[in-house]
Ligand binder design. Structure first.
Ligand code: ATP
Length: 363
């Protein structure tokens, strides 16, 4: 029987559990054995009890649970070859040669490094007498498939990452709550949202809540943003609006790449627009809680395809990452998706914002 391992890595994202559930059950459906690798790459490096067989009922109830029930971690050892050598040994000792990694671009990069090194790692395990030729013979190729679990929706070549719509929902709920007090007191609120270098959460939260102004890294404001902000806010006030909502991505910058912080915006609104202004940083509330319906659906459909993909992998084909483009689950080359994602940061640093926006696109 084929053995398929699944791990969650990097920052947790709502819907990861739904993906694990779908993978375990689809693996069983295909008469494979499913293994959960606990605590991300840490579990792969440490092995032992952190790599556990999973039965159908072990993932019961996973679909509606937030976070990741099999744990996640940032693992320094896996960044180094000796850690990955240890990981290869552990996988072989458990009889696993098919791995599904659910995580962000860092985790997927790690997965690809691991796959590329795999033949060399096997050679080293044999030459250092840790394993025999016979031990490694059935594990000549490591099949790897990626699933993108991240609230940031920062991976190129896919429309949505598992967790981003739950996070967006949480942000909208928070803005709605702030709205009532803002309207009552005629206040301005600056809401900082997550997303690291990606402005998707801020942009979509702005659209979904009817915010007055947003700051995102991919389409930075001009250096004169303070005047533009005051003019926009004052225009809205003149139209009878009793509240002001400004959403700022944590990676917000101006076109000269100067960082824009919530307190900078607060000072402008307080001192120049003369508004009673408060800052609300949502923080980890945006990551937590029950996954929304979309993330449960996405995680399940992508988990199902990940198992099919990992069984179809051949050494000559690049590892795929499971994406969604125009509402269809599809596969894209993992390395290319990660490389395109990294190019966004380069384009922003080069002040080529049009290119950055283009690179964020699915295709
Ligand atoms: P998030 O988007 O939530 O931060 P991520 O997957 O990008 O998720 P990272 O912290 O970048 O999170 O990566 C998670 C783990 O993946 C790292 O702790 C490390 O173990 C592994 N990893 C990342 N990059 C590499 C790499 N270049 N080589 C080997 N392993 C890596």
């Amino acid at each position: 029987k084929r053995r398929i391992g699944v791990l969650t890595s990097g920052g947790d994202a709502p819907g990861m559990n739904g993906a694990v559930r779908a993978i375990v059950r689809m693996a069983i459906h295909y008469e494979c054995e499913a293994f959960a690798i606990y605590e991300g790459y840490d579990g792969l490096v440490k092995g032992g009890d952190l790599i556990r067989p999973m039965a159908w009922e072990d993932v019961r109830g996973f679909l509606s649970e937030g976070g990741t029930l099999i744990g996640t971690a940032r693992c320094k050892e896996f960044m180094q070859r000796p850690g990955r050598l240890q990981a290869a040994r552990n996988l072989i000792s458990k009889g696993i040669d098919a791995l599904i990694v659910i995580g962000g671009d860092g985790s997927l990069t790690g997965a690809d490094v691991f796959r590329a090194e795999w033949p060399g790692l096997l050679e080293e395990l044999v030459s250092s007498s840790q394993l025999s030729e016979q031990d490694v013979e059935p594990f000549k190729h490591l099949n790897i498939v990626g699933l993108v679990g991240s609230i940031d929706n920062d991976l190129s070549m896919t429309d949505a990452t598992i967790g981003c719509y739950t996070s967006l929902t949480r942000i909208c709920e928070a803005v709605d709550s702030v709205d009532t007090t803002a309207t009552s007191h005629q206040r301005a609120f600056i809401i900082e949202v997550m997303g690291r270098h990606c402005g998707w959460l801020a942009l979509m939260a702005g659209v979904a809540t009817g915010a007055d102004f947003i700051f995102i890294p991919e389409n930075p404001c001009q250096e004169t943003w303070a005047e533009d902000l005051c003019a926009t806010v004052q225009k809205h006030r003149k139209l009878g609006k009793r509240k002001t909502i400004v959403i700022i991505a944590e990676g917000a910058i101006d076109e000269k790449l100067n960082k824009i912080t919530p307190n900078m915006v607060k000072d402008i609104l307080s001192n120049q627009a003369k508004l009673d202004t408060r800052v609300t940083t949502l923080g980890h509330v945006q990551r937590g809680g029950t996954p929304c319906a979309y993330d449960r659906m996405l995680a399940t459909l992508q988990g199902v395809d990940a198992v099919k993909a990992v069984l179809e992998c051949t050494p000559d084909k690049p590892s795929p990452v499971i994406c969604i483009v125009e509402n269809k689950i599809c596969r894209r080359p993992l390395v290319e998706a990660v490389a395109q994602t990294k190019e966004v940061a380069v384009a922003i640093n080069n002040k080529d914002f049009e290119k950055a926006m283009h690179l964020r696109d699915a295709e």
